[in-house]
Write a protein that binds this ligand. Structure first.
Ligand SMILES: [Zn+2]
Length: 270
């Protein structure tokens, strides 16, 4: 199909108007008139993902994170990002981004995360969108059976792809977890929202020392579970793939390259 048709299908699923004002979503490179047949979905627009796309013969890469988020004045092949743009154009590969507009979609990034870690039943947004309370940022749902934080943390790890970062939890390991809030990607701005929601655990990524320590030491808030940023967003790719496949004759594939930044992990021995 034409790239313009694939873009239409993506924008119906993830309207660009839902993105945050600071975000950069939509078609990054590619000619709307070109034909596309194979679509690779990935979290990060990095060289390893483009390698994978070229090996498979993809002509469209859909990523969650933007390649060019801030203003650029050059895409010369003298910078890593410029080289990536050149490689894509030379090989006829288009790049499309659905970022914060995919975060707040229904279903969106956090729905896929919630399902991956075993939340069942109805999910509701942590921060409902002003124009439609069924969608929004983050999700809250229930476990079918309550379990200790220790067991739920293991279940989260089992439901997500493996990374060096792994899954960490803050709070009493024996605390009973029944209701859980999740936010794919960096979610420390929603710590207070998670506490106000009265959930037993909050799963997100990129939690920093001071907010996490103060939150667990000085509030009666939920236990915190911190997973690799990439791993919390990766489950969404399969969902986006399934929905995009309905648009017509596209071959689709989810990237399996781990593009989380952290590669090595040791616990320390002193
Ligand atoms: Zn992210």
């Amino acid at each position: 199909m034409r790239l313009s048709h694939a873009v239409e299908a993506l924008e119906e699923l993830y309207p660009p108007s839902w993105a945050e004002s600071w975000d950069a979503v939509g078609l990054v490179c590619g000619d709307p008139a070109q034909e596309v047949g194979r679509v690779l979905l990935a979290v990060d627009p990095v060289a390893a993902v483009l390698d994978e796309a070229l090996e498979w013969g993809a002509d469209l890469v859909v990523t969650h994170h933007p390649l060019l988020l801030r203003g650029v004045t050059s895409v010369a092949a003298t910078t890593p990002k410029g080289r990536l743009v050149h490689r894509m154009i030379r090989n006829g590969v288009a790049l499309y981004t659905a970022h914060t507009n995919a975060d707040v979609a229904d279903p969106g990034v956090s729905d896929a995360l919630a399902r991956a870690v075993g939340l069942t039943g109805e999910l509701r947004p942590m921060v409902p969108a002003a124009d439609d309370p069924r969608r929004g940022l983050g999700r809250i749902g229930d476990l079918p059976e309550p379990m200790p934080l220790r067991a739920f943390t293991a279940q989260v790890a089992a439901g997500l792809p493996a990374t060096a970062w792994g899954v960490r939890a803050a709070g009493d390991p024996e605390r009973t977890i029944r209701t859980v809030a999740v936010c794919g990607g960096a979610g420390d701005s929603l710590l207070d929202t998670a506490r106000a929601a009265g959930v037993d655990a909050y799963l997100t990524a990129d939690l920093r020392h001071h907010p996490a320590t103060e939150f667990t030491a000085f509030t009666d808030g939920p236990a915190l579970i911190d997973a690799a940023h990439w791993a919390t967003e990766w489950p969404w790719l399969a969902d986006a793939e399934r929905r995009l496949a309905k648009a017509g004759t596209l071959e689709t594939r989810v990237s399996t390259r781990v593009t989380d930044a952290w590669r090595l992990h040791h616990e320390g021995a002193m």
